[in-house]
Design a binder for this molecule. Sequence first.
Ligand SMILES: [Ca+2]
Length: 526
Amino acid sequence: MREWCRIDRVIPLGKRVSELALIAALFSFLAMAVQAGSRPNIVFIIADDMAWNDSGAYGNPYVHTPNIDRLAQEGMCFDQAFLTISSCSPSRASIITGRYPHQTDAEQLHWPLPAEQLTFVELLKASGYWTAAAGKWHLGGAVKDRFDEVREADVSGFQLPTGEAAKAGRIIQKAEGDAKSGCDQWLPTLWARPKDRPFFLWLAALDPHRDYDEGILTRPHRPETVRLPPYVPDTPGTRADFALYYDEITRLDRFIGEVMAELKKQGVAGNTFVLFISDNGRPFPRDKTTIYDSGIKAPFIVRWPSRVKPASRCGSLVSAVDIAPAFLELAGLPAPDLFEGASFLPLLRDPELNIRDHVFAERNWHDYEDRVRAVRDRRFKYIRNFYPDLPNTPPADVVRSPSFREMIRLRSEGRLPSEGMNLFIKPRPTEELYDSWADPHKTRNLAGDPAHTITLNRLRRELARWQQATDDTEPPFRTLDEFDRETGLALPVRVRPRPSKAQMMKQFEKYYRKKKRVLPVVKDRL
Ligand SMILES: [Ca+2]
């Protein structure tokens, strides 16, 4: 079965679809030979912008997450699981293709995943699984048909409008009640599944993505009892912002509980593999979009009764690209060589095993231009800033947030602590090195410390090797910022839906050619 996988690497993209049709036929034949029910169902639950450690299961006693905590009590918590990027749609594109974002042609926020990309979903589907997605979609229209059914949530609650309406800087929320969570179609999707086939569900929340409403819980979190990282100033405004973020985590938690109860009610909880993760870090300054651990470390909980020891933990490194091969392995299918990761299923049997020595991550344009790469082993993280002339601006929704407005105010008063000033400094250092054991919040850059030269050189080599192996080359053009870096308000260049990578590259070529006639150094100045 490995031979056809190798062929995939050399097939021109346009031909890949027809080759896949052949593969699909083979898997359909395979499916006929497999008794329904002998393969586990797979339920993949993905939070939107939830920090890895904002649940009871990961040691935050202030967020009310009884159902996430129950998942952990019944399954295995991974303590070293990392995403490949801290940005919504590229993170999902990476998970569903089993590849790094820059290999998907969807590495920038809102770039649609092109039809030529292979996903694990179509392989599950071709092998006999019923496949459905419910909630946040965010992958564009070209790959929707990889699922049997897609129930897409309304995203007006966190998308600024474009054109004239954008000038007010306000979101126009159309969804109401539970629909704001993005989870209201999870149960109906489960009710609608065919009962004679194994199923795969991609359940994607909008919670706890901004904007936040007050009063979504009858017992809301209190600002006095939130846990702030050292780089967020402790003020009533930042505490109130964190409490509303916690409220949305608790709303998401309720829907997770409902799904688990429904699986039990349908009598399939015992043969269903559940994986819960988040797509990127917390929507607060120095978290979301960064590739510090606060941006790319993910909650990662597996529940699979009889196979996973209850209340177990795994400290081995796992990457988001290890998910696709694991799901295929559950279905008895081989992972194509196109997929970059390794199945993490062996860790369920033995959490002490090592399936990888390093994880890799990238940061690309997300509202604002940037290009950063990182490699991390169990202890050290090395970061390379390719555009050090740009500041470490958080995403636009965070720039508009009460927490960042507080930081702007304190900066203007000369009272912002040095940990917070990291977001405004330019130029940034070209290289950063952190010791995760001594400095979990990544605030002490060791790149210039002679005591760590050997580690620095080792990780430099690892990053260069990965970039070469995955064909990670510098783009010919910088992408324009679509929001103001101080106010978070949209700039005229922003349009939605955002064009594809191919379309934007053509536009940029024209833009830079025209600009260069009058301003030869425009590329360097952006
Ligand atoms: Ca997200």
